[in-house]
Design a binder for this molecule. Sequence first.
Ligand SMILES: Nc1ncnc2c1ncn2[C@@H]1O[C@H](COP(=O)(O)OP(=O)(O)OP(=O)(O)O)[C@@H](O)[C@H]1O
Ligand SMILES: [Mg+2]
Length: 222
Amino acid sequence: MKLIELQAINKHYNLGQTQMTALKDITLNFDKGEFTAVWGPSGSGKTTLLNLIGTIDEPSSGTIFINGKDVSKMSDNQKSDYRNLQIGFIFQNFNLIPVLSAVENVMLPLQIRNTKTSAARKKAMQRLKEVELAHLADNRPDKMSGGQRQRVAIARALVTDPDVVIADEPTANLDLATSIHIIEIMQKLNKKEGATFLFSTHDQRLLDRMNRLVKLEDGCVV
Ligand SMILES: Nc1ncnc2c1ncn2[C@@H]1O[C@H](COP(=O)(O)OP(=O)(O)OP(=O)(O)O)[C@@H](O)[C@H]1O
Ligand SMILES: [Mg+2]
């Protein structure tokens, strides 16, 4: 069984009278433990694809199976359980909470799940150590560089031990050297943890570092 299966996925957006097709007849599988980049120019459908896999959005037609389960047959509760328990999200703009320190940001997903503070802090510190940021645990995001903030976001995405980490353009706001460092950290965690990493990028300079590449153009896999 594949971890994620997309079968004949189409996604249309209605813009007044006209219809815009963001994804056309996408059939793709992702195995457990994969490290895959979705690459394509702006507007090619990368965010749309990742949002469908993250069950943030629904396809217009076609079927998505996650662990063999048809997503369209899941209840809202089942979908939010999947999002909360099995996925870690990393965003282009980091989405850290400015008034919390790095370690408090990383603890947050555990605290939402009622993990005791001491256990959450311990786990968060482990994750910060893995992204080489233990020494900045008590700093707030505004005292950190972009690359450091994104590493906090990676630690936060992994703190719940998700099956899938979804990262939409995690390096878009970073310079090349920092982007490569971020990719290498994700790769290391992918190897160590076996979590599936799916991320998007439009940066061609990062492509030779990918294990698998899904190229999108005008909503089609090419
Ligand atoms: N909510 C929406 N309503 C209407 N059209 C949308 C919506 N979201 C995306 N689109 C359109 O769907 C297409 C794919 O968009 P998407 O955001 O998935 O591209 P992308 O590859 O992530 O681009 P970028 O690299 O700029 O982030 C684009 O043409 C976009 O204009
Ligand atoms: Mg996008």
